[in-house]
Write a protein that binds this ligand. Structure first.
Ligand code: SDX
Length: 393
């Protein structure tokens, strides 16, 4: 190959696997989990029910869901020694760094999870333990960042309510969990639960394909998600909207910066590799934004800036020609902020939502007995060179 052809290399449009979990139609803006539309699931289901659907393939019966919840309730605590890792991080370290290492550290407490080709029962218990302990780890990271006492899981709560109580609960008194917040969190987590072979899911599959355990594979997925071009965009969107607000809210100026090839600024929360139409999740989140802020009586000026940006971009030829529409990250941060989360926790919340998807993808790969991932390359380096002693170089 001497440069006569340009190759579109990399995982831009590679068919990396066969999967029955999630269906995307980027042109039509369609997203389905196991054949169910995201619109119906977001409106009618709960996050734990969607987690069951993604992992086991069907919506659960009442009994199956109750068993699932009770298995998870049994495993929500983490080993007390894990708090020593938590205490070891600098107080301002990014929650995603802590989350990736704490999740990988789970494997040190459960040696049974390390056995390649462990039995289906062991694999299932490993998945249950990860689902059960993830919210506890996430809320412990958050409480530690505030210097507040940790709030432990309580068996009386359902999955999402337990997470919210560990996050916003207090040692000194029982805190009422607002049903509006519970519904909003369920909706947001459902919308983030899976998205076929995105960067982080492909990472979980690649690492898991070497027969690496689930905890370490998901830990690698957390690292991939952290990037601002991927899940880290939800934090970058709010930082961008704040910047535009501080700069007087001149959306036209920032749209022009995003279009300027010589300007590194990108319109965060816009564009998508697959969706060349509206991201269906963004539509649902935008409506949820209006509903939740109204119900909670919050007037967030960045929401108005977001809507002005969206309106301006959708009528600008640069964005229209490139089919750049708001994606899942464009409005989600505004809701997280309204629910009381700090900006650096937003991508952790994306990971909390994406966890069942990562688990389902890892499980499917093992069930299909897929081989270790080992892509090839187009070699463009030197052909043949003889060694030269250093004195002669
Ligand atoms: C997620 O894959 C998934 O499914 C991911 C995800 C999931 O649920 O897992 O949906 C979650 O990651 C959503 C995306 C979050 N990222 C951002 O919002 C960051 C900003 N967006 C981008 O950087 C970009 O749009 C990507 C990374 C999302 C997609 O990039 P592509 O498909 O590689 O597109 P590209 O970089 O090749 O851009 C094509 C053109 C370029 O212009 P030209 O070279 O043709 O002149 O569009 C331009 C780009 O410069 N462009 C943008 C832009 N995104 C693309 N210009 C300004 N602002 C943007 N946001």
């Amino acid at each position: 190959l001497t440069g006569h052809i340009t190759l579109d290399l990399g995982y831009k449009n590679t068919g990396s696997t066969k999967s029955a979990i999630t269906f995307l139609d980027g042109e039509k803006g369609i997203l389905k989990y196991r054949g169910y539309s995201i619109e119906e699931l977001a409106e009618k289901s709960t996050f734990l029910e969607v987690a069951f659907l993604l992992i086991y393939g069907d919506l659960p019966t009442t009994k199956a869901l109750e068993d699932f919840q009770s298995q998870i309730t049994k495993h929500t605590l983490i080993h007390e020694d894990m708090k020593k890792f938590l205490d070891g991080y600098p107080s301002k370290s990014h929650p995603m760094a802590q989350l990736a290492s704490l999740v990988c550290s789970l494997s040190t407490f459960y040696p049974e999870s390390l056995k390649a080709n462990s039995s289906p029962e062991t694999m299932d218990l490993t998945m249950i333990k990860l689902l059960a302990k993830f919210p506890t780890i996430v809320s412990f990271i958050y409480k530690k960042s505030l210097g507040h006492p940790l709030i432990y899981p309580k068996n009386k709560y359902d999955y999402v309510s337990n997470y919210l109580n560990m996050t916003f609960g207090q040692r000194t008194e029982e805190v009422e969990i607002d049903p509006v917040v519970v519904k909003a969190m369920n909706t947001l987590l459902i919308l983030h639960a899976d998205h076929e072979q995105n960067c982080s899911a492909s990472t979980v599959r690649m690492v898991g394909s070497s027969d690496c355990n689930l905890y370490a594979s998901v830990s690698a997925g957390i690292d991939a998600l952290w990037g601002p071009l991927h899940g880290g965009a939800n934090q970058a969107v709010i930082e961008m909207l704040e910047l535009i607000k501080e700069d007087g809210g001149d959306t036209e100026k920032w749209i022009n910066k995003a279009k300027d090839k010589n300007d590194p600024f990108r319109m965060m929360g816009f564009g998508h590799r697959v969706y060349k139409n509206f991201d269906p999740r963004a539509k649902i989140i935008k409506k949820a934004c209006d509903d939740i802020l109204e119900k909670l009586g919050i007037n967030d000026p960045v929401l108005e800036i977001a809507k002005k940006l969206e309106e301006a971009a959708l009528s600008d030829p640069y964005f229209v020609e490139r089919k750049l529409y708001p994606n899942v990250d464009f409005y989600s941060g505004i809701i997280y902020r309204a629910l009381g989360f700090p900006t650096d926790m937003f991508t952790v919340l994306f990971a909390l939502g994406r966890l069942p998807g990562w688990i389902a993808q890892w499980k499917e790969m093992h069930e299909n007995k897929e081989p270790i991932g080992r892509p090839r390359q187009v070699y463009v380096g030197h052909t043949n060179r003889a060694f030269v002693e250093i004195e002669k170089r």
